[in-house]
Design a protein around this ligand. Structure first.
Ligand code: PLP
Length: 420
């Protein structure tokens, strides 16, 4: 019964140092968030000890009466939050949820059509080294060369030519809403199923601040840890129960063995939080923060320094800074902001002239800072720190920018007094 500190000080130190890192840096990776303590507590609980292959009421192990309650609560909350008749809360991650969706909907060799990775799609939407690119025939669509937006007439034209079996709506790096009704029409026209991967924007959907894909899609998948702000994991939803049996079977036994019951309990907690009024206020701040950052990076001094924003703005929780005309590469900019105390990731912009490990863009997200309590005033200050750094480039006054970051971090303590 030794504590972690006593038994394994090496790992205890990693946890301590990581807590300090999260507290002292400003986290702006668009796919990250801070879970509330209630989620940490559920996830770090004795439920991790339990095997529960199968589904509530139909398990392959004894002793599942309590974890059944947790899974039923998680499913009910998911269905009610997103207006879905079907929910599967077992996927360990977004990627396994996506594998199960394709496994349920089509067969190996069938054609999938999703947004290409360099234009903002996800690995599981058909990238050649991923299972999705190896098992299925891939006919990716891209964004328009001028507008950098997904233009639905182009998607339609391509779908008519390629006749995909599944059309994928969803992205990892795209700053605009998708037209789910138009995706539905195209899918119907070519006889494809429509799968939406709302991993990034699910929290905005839950708050009613983003159109919902649920009524239009055959299947919707998501992660729980991005804008929703729950434990690292995935989930599958459907507006009705048409694919319920196939989806359940594709998750277990198709893709996974025993579900992570501690994570499922933590999902239930996060979904409860997402139904509360404060959640909407938080998502409002997420969107406001992203708009403030986009506007600052579009100001004349930024434009003069070759800094811009993909699509000229944002409708969601992230901004894609376009550095194609800046002296900084995406890699340089990521490193510079790291020195200043802001964590972001470099990201290819559409038609990026630089290689994928270098890139000409940054993906800047606001969910984690909104969870930390940031509102318009703080996002205005962060936006100015980022813009000042990117404009000055290699000549940036790192120590004064670092001091501004420190003031913000100090004013918004995170996990105060948390014992690891
Ligand atoms: N789908 C989309 C659109 C994503 O952006 C991501 C993660 O970045 C995933 C799926 C995969 O989620 P995970 O990292 O949990 O496997």
């Amino acid at each position: 019964n030794a504590t972690l500190q006593d038994f394994d000080p090496e790992i205890a130190q990693v946890l301590d140092r990581e807590l300090t890192r999260q507290q002292t840096y400003l986290e702006m990776i668009a796919s990250e968030n801070f879970v509330p303590r209630s989620v940490l507590q559920a996830q770090g609980s004795v439920l991790t000890n339990k095997y529960a292959e199968g589904y509530p009421g139909r398990r392959y192990y004894g002793g599942c009466e309590e974890v059944d309650v947790a899974e039923n609560i998680a499913r009910d909350r998911a269905k009610s939050l997103f207006g879905a008749e079907y929910a599967n809360v077992q996927p360990h991650s977004g990627a396994t949820a996506n594998a199960a969706v394709l496994h349920a909907l089509i067969n190996a060799g069938d054609t999938i059509m999703g947004l290409s990775l360099p234009h903002g799609g996800h690995l599981t939407h058909g990238m050649k080294l991923n299972f999705s690119g190896k098992l299925y025939n891939v006919a990716a669509y891209g964004v328009d060369e001028q507008t950098h937006r997904i233009e639905m007439d182009q998607v339609r034209e391509q779908a008519l030519a390629e006749r995909p079996d599944v059309i994928i709506a969803g992205w990892s790096a795209y700053p605009r809403h998708l037209d789910f009704a138009a995706f539905r029409e195209i899918a119907d026209e070519v006889g494809a199923k429509l799968w939406t991967d709302m991993a990034h924007f699910a929290g905005l959907v839950a708050a009613g601040l983003h159109p919902s894909p649920v009524p239009h899609s055959d299947v919707v998948s998501t992660t729980i840890h991005k804008t929703i702000g729950g434990p690292r994991s995935g989930m599958i939803l459907s507006r009705d129960t048409e694919y319920a049996k196939k989806l359940n079977s594709a998750v277990f036994p198709g893709q996974q063995g025993g579900p992570l019951m501690h994570v499922i309990a933590a999902k239930a907690v996060a979904l409860k939080a997402a139904a509360a009024p404060e959640f909407r206020d938080r998502q409002d701040r997420v969107l406001e923060g992203a708009r403030i950052i986009a506007e600052r990076l579009l100001a004349p001094d930024a434009t003069d320094a070759g800094v811009s924003v993909v699509t000229g703005g944002t409708d969601v929780h992230l901004v894609l800074a376009d550095l194609r005309h800046s002296e900084l590469t995406g890699q340089d900019a990521e490193d510079l902001l790291h020195e200043v105390g802001i964590t972001v990731n470099r990201n290819a912009v559409p038609f990026d002239p630089r290689p994928p490990m270098v890139t000409s863009g940054l993906r800047i997200g606001t969910p984690a800072l909104a969870s930390r309590g940031f509102g318009a005033e703080e996002f205005t200050e962060v936006a100015d720190v980022i813009a000042t750094a990117l404009i000055a480039g290699k000549g940036a006054d790192v120590s004064s920018l670092r001091a501004r970051v420190k003031r913000l971090a100090d004013d918004f303590p995170l996990y105060d007094g948390l014992q690891q």
